[in-house]
Design a binder for this molecule. Structure first.
Ligand code: NAD
Ligand code: GLY
Length: 357
């Protein structure tokens, strides 16, 4: 078991990465300082890992709430359902929530924990690759609104993150690939060595080799922990983690949430941002090619939905959270291993790229 720390002063917390984390009661129980524990999960994850996690809580005052599965349930209605459940159980402030599932359950549970009685502790047990390398770390919590994704939320850090990479064995291949988009993102924005390593370890990753998975999850969590420690509330550096997301969110909104997976939309967004970079001569043609090939190796889409075009992209991107003074801000790579946030992207260039995509 490897341990990393997210250094945030008195809100610091450990990330445990290994196999069999879900079989070690002490790992979880050392972080339970409250009298009541409630596991929040969904129908799919509950069948796979619900009993195992409830076993870890044997002898404690533990309860479980199982929600339906899907991005559409990362909603105010599900948030209300959690609140009602907590109130019906007479849950006081000495209650800990455990998020058992992917990014949907993690974001929703974290937001519920942030709000219930103005804040109760929560622990993340992420079970998708995307949630293990990205969403469970860093304290971004949210629900979606019909008018915008992740528009209602809070920065609220968990008390611990427990990552058992064995859970990835049951993850459908398409979901695994979606997580790889966020992994590749770290290589492009921060770590050229990681990018090279990914090129060399494609097969081991696709085979879900546990040693390779632990290595990649650890490196991604290390990068995320470093970035979050420097810029918890996204005033600067943290925005780099949004590479591909401005274009990606537009694709998700256009297609209807859940039709393109978040990671799939991000993959295409990374290609679009990298194409902008190539036009600016920040990225050479061979680097763009390497990015596209690596994404394709994990069966990720590298072109926008057919016929979407500039106008539809713009309609969605104007509502992006990163818009400042009416200027859309993009994360653009400067070579592999570094990126910047800029609003200096020529409209004509954008039109050319988006209409051709
Ligand atoms: P998800 O939570 O919907 O999980 C994907 C699917 O896999 C679901 O059907 C789920 O039930 C199933 N699943 C989960 N674990 C499984 C397992 N071990 N075996 C089999 N099936 C399993 O999706 P996700 O990709 O994990 O997360 C996407 C969400 O994360 C989006 O809402 C996105 O906005 C959010 N997100 C948040 C952050 C953040 O910083 N908070 C970062 C990136 C993405
Ligand atoms: N996933 C982006 C962030 O955590 O900032």
């Amino acid at each position: 078991m490897q341990t990393l720390n997210v250094e945030l002063g008195e809100r610091s917390y450990p990330i445990y990465i290994g196999v069999n984390g879900l079989r070690q009661p002490d790992l979880l129980r050392q972080h339970l300082t409250t009298s009541k524990v409630i596991v929040i999960t969904n129908e799919v994850v509950d069948v796979l890992y619900g009993a195992q996690v409830m076993d870890l809580l044997n002898g404690l005052d533990a309860d479980k709430l199982v929600l339906p599965d899907g991005e559409e349930y990362k909603s105010l209605a599900s948030f209300e359902r959690i609140m009602t459940h907590l109130l019906e159980l007479n849950a006081a402030r000495d209650t800990t929530l455990i998020a058992l599932g992917g990014g949907v359950i993690g974001d929703l549970t974290g937001f519920a924990a942030a709000c219930y009685q103005r804040g109760i502790p929560f622990i993340q047990i992420p079970t998708t690759l995307l949630s293990q390398v990205d969403s469970s770390v860093g304290g971004k919590t949210a629900v979606n609104h019909p008018l915008g994704k992740n528009m209602i939320g809070a920065f609220y850090q968990p008390k611990a993150v427990i990552i058992d990479t064995m859970t990835l064995c049951s993850l459908p291949r398409r979901e695994f690939s979606a997580g790889m988009a966020e992994v590749i993102k770290y290589g492009i924005i921060y770590d050229a060595e990681l990018f090279n390593w990914l090129e060399q370890h494609q097969q081991a990753l696709l085979d879900k080799d546990q040693t390779t998975l632990q290595e990649v999850v650890r490196r991604c969590c290390e990068i995320k922990a470093l970035i979050v420690a420097k810029d918890e509330q996204e005033k600067g550096l943290r925005a780099l983690l949004n590479l591909g997301h401005t274009f990606g969110h537009a694709i998700e909104a256009e297609q209807g949430y859940g039709n393109w997976l978040h990671g799939e939309a991000v993959a295409t967004g990374i290609v679009l941002a990298s194409t902008v970079a190539q036009h600016k001569n920040w990225l050479d043609a061979s680097e763009l090619c390497r990015i596209v090939e690596l994404l394709k190796a994990f069966n990720l889409p590298v072109a926008a939905p057919q016929g979407m075009g500039y106008e539809r992209f713009m309609q969605h991107m104007r509502h992006d959270k990163k818009v400042q003074a009416n200027r859309i801000r993009f994360v653009i790579p400067e070579g592999i291993g570094s990126a910047v946030v800029t609003d200096d992207v020529d409209e004509a260039l954008l039109k050319e790229i988006l209409d051709a995509s």
